[in-house]
Ligand binder design. Sequence first.
Ligand SMILES: Cc1ncc(COP(=O)(O)O)c(C=O)c1O
Length: 274
Amino acid sequence: MKVEDALQKTRAQFVDANPASRAAHEEATATLPGGNTRTTLYFAPFPLTMTEGSGCRMTDIDGHTYVDLLGEYTAGLYGHNNPVIRAAIDEALDAGWNFGARGVHEAALAQLLCDRFPSIDLVRFTNSGTEANLLALATATMHTGRRGVLVFDGAYHGSLLAFADGGIPINAPHDWVVGTYNDIAGTERLVAERGADVAAILVERRLRPGRSGVSCDAAPHRRRHRRRPHLRRGDDLTDDGRRAAVSTRHHAGPDDAREVSRRRHDVRRLRWAA
Ligand SMILES: Cc1ncc(COP(=O)(O)O)c(C=O)c1O
């Protein structure tokens, strides 16, 4: 059987096996753009709708149980409904939530992060990666007084920060300079030409071009960035590092924390979800 035929057969099987997910998706599109709250969660012909998760397993609305190998794109390392995390959430909720005021736990959590990552001095909590990156770039442009942001073709940094084919029309209105991932010479050339107006370089450790699932490691970039030969004093480097910084390193312990701390980024985005 040809690959295309096999794909078509598999797609048809997917549709047949998931009528409730299909109906839930179609119903959701009446009130949610694209039928979801986060573009990342959509895939064609429709995404599955989950009803519950426990440990490493999730069950969807059609009653199928899956082993979850995604781990909430790395932030769900403890699995679903972990009893220790659940107890901490319950305890916090017992005291009430959303006060429109400071709470007692936020500074303690920020302190934990600063202790874990010595390169971090200050923490701003956000509700999504998109928001975190928008704030990081706003900070960099305000701090440097420059308008430009260097990003890499194919990268995804959020709903308004997507660079498949160079960028999407709804991207936030920064002055984007788009480089080629792992093209060190080309990047140095871009920085030499445009550097005076570049406020930040937004880069992740592992690029998944066009969200196709194909990964590309950033080893050459990382080595360069650590030494930062092409960045002058005052330049910002923004690490959209959910994968490396948050998954393996964040949960790994003091040695890894020291290793992370050697990488001097001015702004680092961490992803953390229970
Ligand atoms: C590397 C990276 N940065 C940013 C984002 C955006 O995060 P969010 O969906 O929480 O806005 C994603 C989402 O998948 C991501 O993979």
